[in-house]
Write a protein of this length. Structure first.
Lengths: 193, 375
């Protein structure tokens, strides 16, 4: 059981890293990675919401399966995740104003983050039980955080673009950097079968 | 059929449950928001530019309510109109922001600064700056090719005699010229400060003086003479603290090169005490006497050699000399003629600069100069 959990976490962080190996959650990966601080905030917020969303959607999936309407998975999950994020936001505003302020605008952004929906669906597809599903969601969040921090670190070296050919400056070099980073993470493929 | 009904019911049920939870939660987790925040937010332009120093319009509105001391005219987009509305909501009067002006910190006119090379390239200061730091011997001074003039949207800055000059009436202190100047010579500073150091040269006195006759040579005279500790000389350059400066103009008088400018002279003549008026009368009288006996005594004082007109210069120096000898008989004899004109001096000082008859003007200019010397 414990070994299984370890494998799941390792798999989600390195081998099946969401932004770099499965290409989920690319928008915050490219959009919020300009500064290390905000990248960290976004990563932590995503991890938090991923675990919560999985905790909420896994039981709902059992309900859908019971009624044999599993095909409604996507729309129901989106609904649940949106409501959940709203709830979390309200809760945090009331009881943890400091954390709410530091996460700021990231929290509502996560509502439409495909990585969150992706992890909810993939734990169902992989047939995990409830514990495994939560661990998997946590691992996916950590993987997202790691990718964000690495990418933000690399991008901070790209601030000075004066020695770059003009056609590469700005978004092009960011995409190329992301591609090379993704390529390096592909090296983990096959580590966990 | 059943399948569709079940699907719809399930989705609607989940939606309803979520809605109920959220509406309940919004009451449980309700955080009281000051209603003024939403009102303030409605008045702010919503540009979220961060120009106020906060993360956005919402943040500024929050901060305004939380901190009653916070200034309400921080929004650069809305300007005075928005500030007035914010003031209405908060019950504050919209304090008018202190008027500011662009100040050019150079007075290296063509005749003052030594030319280094004949520049015939692209006519922008930036280009000239790249070529050995410009065409003037002084590498800090105004290049006079008008980058600031081109940047100004208000037609408020022009190149006169090789140096940028700000039109104080047209300037709105937007800072466009300050950004355009490659030598960072233009500063946005409070309009109330009328005594300014018009030099940016940090080289040693001798070097600076060779480069430009109007340069600040770091002689520290101004620092010593200032009664308000407003002047510090650092890196061979005087700096006037705008907070401490009282516009007394002592430094400008003391300055041997004319690097410090007293611009208030042009606006209003300083009030004169009885002794000063007495001294003035004598000075004017002495001038008359000097004009009569022109050839005799015109001591060449090099530091006073700023007046454009040679005639004026001679009169000025002699007047000064006469002033020192307070009991000069010549002065006394000529005194009788002066009172009538003296009244004119007092009343027409402001107009004199522009329109006064030439004879009076000459007298006014010089008497004002002399009056200042005696403060």
């Amino acid at each position: 059981m414990l070994a299984n959990i370890g494998v799941i976490i390792l798999s989600m962080v390195l081998v099946n890293n969401y932004p770099l190996a499965q290409f989920l959650g690319i928008c915050p990966f490219l959009g919020v990675s300009k500064e290390l601080d905000s990248a960290k905030g976004m990563g932590i917020a995503v991890t938090f919401v991923m675990v919560l969303a999985t905790a909420a959607t896994w039981p709902i999936m059992q309900l859908l399966n019971k009624f044999e309407i599993g095909y409604l998975q996507t729309i129901v999950f989106i609904l649940v995740i949106a409501a959940l994020v709203q709830l979390v936001e309200m809760f945090m505003k009331k009881s943890m104003p400091a954390l709410y302020k530091s996460l700021g605008v990231f929290l509502p952004l996560i509502t439409t983050n495909c990585a969150v929906l992706g992890v909810c669906i993939s734990v169902i597809d992989d047939g995990y039980n409830y514990i495994e599903a939560l661990v998997c969601a946590f691992g996916a969040g950590i993987g997202f955080l790691v990718a964000m921090i690495i990418f933000a670190g690399v991008r901070s070296k790209l601030v000075d673009q004066s020695r770059m050919p003009e056609s590469f400056r700005g978004v092009p070099i960011t995409l190329i950097t992301a591609a090379i980073l993704s390529l390096s993470f592909m090296g983990f493929q096959g580590m966990v079968s | 059929m059943d399948l569709i009904v079940i699907a719809i019911v399930v989705v609607v049920a989940i939606g309803l449950v979520a809605a109920c939870i959220l509406s309940y939660a919004s009451k449980v987790f309700y955080v009281p928001v000051d209603e003024r925040v939403s009102k303030l937010r409605a008045e702010l332009p919503g540009a979220n530019c961060g120009g106020c120093g906060f993360a956005g319009c919402d943040d500024y509105a929050n901060a305004l309510v939380e901190d009653p001391e916070l200034s309400i005219n921080k929004c650069p987009v809305g300007g005075a109109a928005v500030a007035a509305k914010l003031g209405e909501i908060l019950g504050k009067s919209a304090e008018a922001g202190e008027k500011q002006l662009a100040v050019v910190m150079c007075n290296g006119t063509r005749d003052a600064v030594k030319p280094l090379l004949a520049y015939n390239d692209i006519k922008t200061c930036k280009a000239a700056k790249n070529l050995f730091g410009g065409m003037n011997a002084c590498p800090f001074g105004c290049l006079g090719l008008g980058d600031c003039e081109a940047a100004c949207d208000f037609d408020a800055i022009h190149i006169c005699d090789g140096v940028a000059v700000v039109n104080k009436d047209a300037c709105v202190a937007c800072g466009a010229c300050a950004k355009a100047c490659p030598n960072s010579l233009i500063r946005i500073s409070p309009a109330k400060n009328l005594v300014v150091v018009k030099c940016h040269n940090t080289e040693k006195g001798g070097v600076a003086r060779k480069e430009c006759s109007n340069a600040c040579i770091g002689c520290m005279k101004c620092q010593k003479v200032c009664k308000f500790d407003a002047i510090t000389v650092e890196n061979n350059l005087a700096y006037i603290d705008p907070e401490k400066c009282k516009n007394c103009g002592m430094c400008a008088k003391e300055c041997p090169t004319g690097a410090i400018h007293d611009e208030r002279k042009k606006k209003a003549a300083p009030k004169k005490s009885p002794e000063e008026i007495e001294a003035l009368k004598k000075a004017v009288a002495a001038k008359k006497a000097a004009a009569a006996a022109k050839k005799e005594d015109a001591p060449a004082d090099s530091t006073d050699a700023k007046a454009d007109d040679a005639k004026e210069k001679a009169a000025d120096t002699t007047a000064k000399a006469a002033d020192v000898k307070a009991d000069d008989t010549k002065a006394d004899s000529a005194k009788e003629k002066t009172p009538v004109k003296e009244i004119k001096v007092e009343t027409t000082v402001e107009k004199a600069e522009e329109k006064a008859p030439e004879t009076v003007k000459e007298v006014v200019d010089e008497s004002a100069d002399i009056g200042d010397e005696n403060v």
